[in-house]
Design a protein. Structure first.
Length: 362
């Protein structure tokens, strides 16, 4: 049956639903005459026999999306800001220059460190050469033991002075590099803490942001479900756009919240997942045991607003019976009330309605 026929049949079913709504959770008989039953049988109305089957008991919770990587970049040197390259809501790449700080003082420190290093090297060369000469003369008795010890001490001291001067060059170079503040990872700027022309000092916050590629969901698990989650550590997440994600990468905190008596859970999501906005709510589900319930195809339902009904076979008649529905999953819907074990239900309710309508024609 095509969609146009089904839509036409919905109008025909309206009267039946009005009668159903006046008798909640009671069956509405749509018994037909012997001729109509024969017509329906001749049309080979397909049916199914319902039965209770075990179904996973899903626990649904609200989870909040938060970034895995978030950071506040702080100044590591002092100076005046001469350029700001990004603002709030801008997307930056890894290593992108966020801002520039005046570098005259840091450049002068580097130049002084390099000059000191050159001087230390020259002194060291002279000290090492003198020590070598003394080593050659000392066995001949040309120099005293005191002069030999002094030459050896000067050589070691000069060598250490070179290492210290080289370390100061490294320190000055890093201080100069700190005048160009770069992004530690790719992401989006959420806050800018400074203005152009402002003087900053080490430790002062400059920019805040988070990574767009790595997100996680955070939720609270009631204490009574903790053991079930440990047995089946897997979540099914439903995003705002309807996309579903399964994740087994989760962290269950071992301490309980004293106020809510719940446990915090972090669920890692695949990288570069679309539709993830930090701070937004999504649905998080996990399995806690199972229950016996009835599922029938969605095609077996006649629906009108919030009312639902199915055709069940009673003796030689098809009876329209109101049901209360629950979860829907993979084209099937859960029946909470209105059906019993062994009931025979029309597989296509709109097809059944069409056959019964045709059989009632004179």
């Amino acid at each position: 049956m095509n969609n146009s026929q089904k839509n036409a049949l919905k109008n025909t079913a309206l009267l039946a639903y009005l009668l159903i709504s006046s008798l909640p959770f009671l069956s509405l008989s749509a018994s037909v005459s012997a001729e109509s039953r024969a017509a329906a049988d001749n049309k080979h109305l397909e049916s199914i026999t319902v039965s209770f089957k075990p179904y996973p008991n899903w626990v649904q919770l609200d989870a909040v999306i938060e970034p895995t990587k978030s950071a506040t970049v702080s100044a590591q040197t002092s100076g005046r800001i001469i350029k700001l390259n990004y603002d709030i809501n801008d997307v930056v790449a890894t290593g992108a220059p966020l801002l520039e700080i005046t570098s005259k003082e840091q450049g002068a420190q580097l130049a002084a460190a390099e000059a000191e290093y050159a001087k230390a090297r020259a002194v060291n060369v002279e000290a090492q050469q003198q020590f070598k000469r003394y080593q050659a003369l000392f066995p001949k008795g040309a120099i005293s033991k005191g002069a030999m010890d002094e030459a050896e001490a000067n050589a070691k001291s000069a060598q250490q002075a070179v290492s210290a001067a080289k370390a100061r060059i490294t320190q000055a170079s890093e201080s100069l590099n700190y005048t160009l503040v770069s992004a530690p990872f790719a992401g989006i700027v959420t806050q800018r803490h400074v203005e152009e022309g402002e003087t900053v000092s080490p430790g002062q916050a400059l920019y805040s942001g988070y990574s767009l590629s790595q997100m996680r969901a955070v939720t609270q698990i009631p204490q009574r479900y903790v053991e079930a989650l440990k047995q089946q550590p897997k979540f099914k997440l439903t995003l705002a756009n309807g996309q579903q994600i399964n994740s087994e990468q989760l962290t269950l905190f071992t301490f309980v919240d004293p106020k809510s008596h719940s446990y915090k859970v972090r669920i890692n999501l695949p990288e570069n997942t679309d539709g993830l906005i930090p701070g937004s709510l999504i649905k998080a589900q996990f399995v806690s045991g199972s229950r016996n319930t009835i599922f029938i195809p969605e095609s077996s339902l006649l629906t009108m607003n919030e009312l639902s009904a199915v055709y069940i076979q009673q003796n030689d008649a098809w009876v329209l019976n109101q049901v209360r529905t629950g979860l829907s999953n993979n084209g099937k819907v859960e029946i909470l009330a209105g059906l019993s074990e062994g009931d025979v239900v029309a597989k296509d309710a709109y097809h059944a309605l069409l056959l019964l309508k045709q059989s009632n024609k004179p």
